[in-house]
Write a protein that binds this ligand. Structure first.
Ligand code: PLP
Length: 387
């Protein structure tokens, strides 16, 4: 076996943290569909006891996710939001959080509609201005929450710079790495303390499971996360863990194609007369293009665009007319999806925040899948022609 240091990303995705099953030699991690385990003697048992605490299939997935993020510890949860919930439960009443302004709608909702009433205060800022971030820091600031590229505007946050600022003030830094995946960027290498995933998206990759994950390098932080995971119990089942393990084995192959297809779609939309603006970090006129080149391996499979006729009706008309792109929530699966953030993913974000983030009425979000890119372009072409 190669040592961990020698492994490149694709090899780590397939082998990282994994061994053939100890009892049978099974190459694929078995689905340990059990809640409990036989103990040999009272009080002296070492190993698995109860599946909320530890399950071999989940354990394998947690180690694999840690390996692809380049850290020591992973923890899986019943959804991405359950993973975010676990991070917030590390805080105390009176603590303050600074977060990227155009966050995933659900993250915004858990911050403002659940944790605010437990006495935690949230501040939102674009994060392209480091001074504005620093001005929000006070002695109560305990966590800086980043999302990059953002959803749905694909704005970039300079992970290394914000993490350095957090470190200077002794604040925990966390990055929602759902859009980029560790194939495109590894936040821990840029200084992040906690990496969060909605594994529902690219890690699972096949739109067949809902799951969340955290990855950390610090032992004490990991112990605190495992304590919360076991005490509050939002764990995923072994079957779902198996599905995500299987998904991750092709993460690097899928991501290459997602990026290549997104480029074809972005360049097509960029030249279309009905399109007002295209937001994809790979376009040279994207405000985060240079930063994306620095901190990401490629530019990702998510993009959004607005129409010259900036109305919700125009957007609704378009999303009704696509045949390959399916109108649906979620992202990161092999199939292409189309959505209207204002009425779907971001309906829970207050209008004021939405407008400040540039989410206009006609904004359309694409999760570009790994179908043949010519079919994707032709599909959008015919949908844009229909009025
Ligand atoms: C989907 C998503 C989440 C929430 O994850 P769930 O698995 O749906 O709970 C969080 N952040 C981002 C960026 C997402 O896309």
């Amino acid at each position: 076996m190669m040592s961990k240091k020698e492994m490149r990303f694709g090899t780590t995705a397939i082998h990282g943290g994994l061994k053939p099953d100890a009892s049978t030699g099974a190459v694929m991690t078995p689905i340990y569909q059990t809640s409990t385990y036989a103990q040999h003697e009272v009080g002296k048992h070492k190993g698995y006891e109860y599946s909320r605490t530890l399950n071999p299939t989940r354990d394998a997935l947690e180690k694999n996710i840690a390996a692809i993020e380049g850290v020591k510890y992973g923890a899986c949860f019943g959804s991405g939001l359950a993973a975010i919930d676990a991070v917030l439960k590390m805080l105390n009443p009176g603590d303050e959080v600074i977060a990227t302004r155009d966050l995933y709608g659900g993250t915004h909702r858990i911050f403002n509609s659940v944790f605010k009433k437990y006495g935690i205060e949230f501040h939102f800022t674009a994060m392209d201005d480091l001074q504005a971030v620093e001005e929000l820091i006070n002695k109560n600031t305990k966590l800086i929450w980043m999302e990059t590229p953002t959803n749905p505007m694909t704005n970039l946050v300079d992970i290394e710079a914000v993490c350095a600022l957090a470190q200077k003030h002794n604040i925990i830094s966390a990055v929602d790495n759902t859009f980029a995946t560790p194939y495109l960027q590894q936040p821990a290498a840029l200084g992040a303390d906690i990496i969060m995933h909605s594994a529902t998206k690219y890690l699972g990759g096949h739109s067949d499971v809902v799951m969340g994950a955290l990855a950390v390098n610090d032992k004490k932080t990991a112990e605190e996360i495992y304590r919360i995971q076991n005490s509050t119990g939002a764990i995923p089942g072994p079957m779902d863990c198996f599905l995500v393990l299987r998904g991750i084995k092709t993460l690097h192959v899928r991501m290459k194609q997602h990026c290549e297809n997104a480029r074809a779609v972005a360049e097509f939309l960029d030249g279309h007369s009905r399109v007002a603006a295209v937001h994809w970090p790979g376009l040279k006129n994207h405000p985060g293009h240079e930063l994306a080149k620095k901190q990401m391996r490629d530019f990702g499979g998510m993009l959004s665009f607005s129409l010259q006729t900036d109305t919700q009706e125009a957007a609704h008309q378009l999303v009704k007319n696509t045949r390959v792109f399916t109108l649906a929530e979620s992202l990161g699966g092999v199939e292409s999806l189309i959505g209207h953030p204002v009425c779907m993913t971001h309906a829970s974000v207050p209008q004021k925040e939405r407008e400040a983030s540039g989410i206009c009425d006609s904004l359309i979000r694409l999760s570009v899948g790994i179908e043949d890119s010519a079919d994707l372009v032709e599909d959008l072409e015919q949908a844009l022609e229909k009025r």
